[in-house]
Design a protein around this ligand. Structure first.
Ligand SMILES: [Zn+2]
Length: 531
């Protein structure tokens, strides 16, 4: 049996919110309809930095299937694109969220690793030409590494295009000012630190300390740890297995993080962890894993030699662990179920509005008369910033930091900022909406724009007409308006009937009058609704 992974340096950080899902789609096209025998295991995945194709089976089969994957990546078929995009939309409907999703969203908003939190907008209207050009940039020899757990099998030949380059790593800046805390059902403490051996050892030290403290309490369960290398940086996190004791457990974890950042680490404790780390590298199964470690380092342009790595491990000392604790604390993000679970003093992240101190003044767009949902709201435009102001909140959208501008044929525009906050511009609801739309369209790059399919007419919002407004003013909400309308019809019909009978017409004629009057009023009402 031979295990193989073909990995490319392309991942979520190379997508925008508008193209999010393209790599997932290409990954499915590469391994979809693979005619693999049942004794061959295969899988494909997209992470923040990488897109990977894994195979395990008899060497001859692995050789054949690897070359089939490369062939498929080089020939993107239009019909398959449409079909597979639908399959993925279905898949998205049943997929649960990952442990880290909320934390990645708070840290990066609608960009880079944060995209994992968002719907795959790129699947709505996948353009085969755009997918082909992405495949041509990403799935080339210069951007690929193949890891094998045995000798290179005979006849291995991968038909990847050449002449491309290793894609650079551009990690987006954080979307919010950190440290901070935000809501999530899963208690989690994450940070962004330098990627080195001190990060690996430091995380192990912290996890061990936290586990022994939590296990000492009745019913306590240890928190789990995870580290994802993002090139020069690493995203590190410790997370609880349940939210039952979020406040108490988070306090323990934060206290230990502070201790690591402020105090010396005991020599014996550090020596223990370094010994465990060195032993892990010497275990027999570690050598089988060696090609996979080397693969990632190759793709990230990092030294791969064993000597370089043991030198890195030798440089881990108490000062390096303190530095690791410092970096984590500075970039700290805590997620807990409720605000009450977070320690006082840690800023609470609710949306983008915490960045804004006060509303600014500028070109002001109010709502049309008869718009109830946005009553008193306005959109103020100052230079390249749109600010949505209501009585409760002020949210700013920097047109130079827009993750997505989605448009519908009826004129609706949806702006999503890099931080994930969104603004819906309905031309039917806002005054001079075309000016807002033009300002947005002039500044957002094409790869961040997306055309959404048309929506049914009854989903397009309309302001109320004068007649409806008077009634709403008298009776409150729109829902009550309909109850009132029906009541009005009944009363009017009864009045007509009573008038006819009183005027000496027969009862039958009276009832007929009631019916006709009711029908006319209903007809009038439904014709008003359409406009
Ligand atoms: Zn999938």
């Amino acid at each position: 049996m031979l295990r193989a992974t073909l990995r490319f340096r392309v991942g979520l950080i190379d997508e925008t919110l508008a193209t999010h899902g393209h790599l997932h789609l290409l990954e499915h096209l590469g391994m979809g309809h693979l005619d693999a025998p049942p004794y061959v295991a295969y899988n494909a995945s997209v992470s923040s930095l990488f897109t990977s194709f894994d195979l395990e089976g008899p060497p001859a089969e692995v050789v054949r299937l690897l070359s089939a994957v490369c062939d498929k990546l080089g020939r993107i078929d239009e019909d398959e694109v449409v079909h597979e995009a639908q399959v993925l939309e279905q898949e998205a409907r049943v997929r649960g969220s990952g442990v880290l999703d909320d934390a990645l969203y708070y840290r990066w908003g609608a960009q880079g690793p944060g995209l994992v939190y968002f719907r795959e907008f790129g699947l709505l209207r996948p353009d085969p030409e755009i997918l082909r050009s992405l495949a041509l940039r990403a799935f080339v020899r210069e951007n690929a590494v193949l890891a094998l757990d045995g000798p290179v099998p005979e006849g291995l030949s991968l038909s990847l295009a050449s002449g491309g380059e290793r894609l650079p790593i551009r990690l987006p800046p954080p979307a919010r000012r950190l440290p901070g805390a935000g809501p999530s059902p899963r208690p989690l403490v994450s940070g962004l630190v330098r990627m080195n051996e001190a990060a690996v050892v430091g995380l192990a030290v912290l996890r061990t300390r936290v586990a022994s403290l939590l296990m000492a309490e009745p019913g306590g369960t240890p928190w789990l740890a995870t580290l994802e290398s993002l090139g020069e940086h690493a995203h590190v996190a410790l997370f609880a297995q349940s939210g039952d004791r979020a406040a108490a457990e988070a306090a323990v974890v934060l206290a230990e993080l502070n201790r690591l950042a402020d105090c010396d680490v005991h020599e014996a404790e550090l020596a223990d962890h370094l010994r465990m780390r060195a032993q892990a590298a010497d275990r027999p199964d570690a050598s089988a894993n060696e090609p996979w470690l080397a693969m990632d380092r190759l793709l990230l342009n990092q030294p791969t030699s064993a000597a370089a790595r043991s030198a890195e491990l030798a440089s881990v000392n108490a000062a390096a662990l303190r530095a690791f604790g410092h970096q984590w604390r500075q970039s700290l993000l805590l997620t807990v179920p409720t605000r009450a679970d977070a320690p006082a003093g840690l800023p609470w992240l609710t949306g983008s509005d915490e960045r804004i101190e006060a509303g600014t003044e500028g070109r002001t767009h109010g709502v049309m008369p008869g718009v109830l949902d946005e009553k008193g709201a306005k959109i103020v435009r100052v230079g390249r910033v749109l600010q949505h102001q209501t009585t409760e909140a002020v949210t700013s959208f920097d047109l130079d930091r827009v993750a997505l501008l989605a448009s519908r044929p009826d004129g609706q525009r949806v702006l999503v900022g890099d931080d994930g906050a969104s603004l819906v511009i309905e031309p039917t609801l806002w005054r001079d909406a075309d000016e807002l739309v033009r300002a947005a369209e002039d500044s957002v790059a094409p790869e961040r724009c997306l055309e959404l399919p048309a929506r049914p007419d009854d989903e397009i919002p309309h302001p109320l007409n004068t007649w409806e407004r008077v009634l709403v003013a008298m009776f409150g909400t729109r829902a009550k308006l309909w109850t009132f309308g029906i009541l009005l019809i009944l009363v009017a019909a009864a009045l007509v009937g009573w008038a006819l009978i009183a005027a000496g017409f027969s009862r039958m004629l009276g009832l007929l009058g009631v019916f006709i009057a009711g029908a006319l009023i209903q007809l009038f009402n439904s014709s008003r609704k359409q406009t």
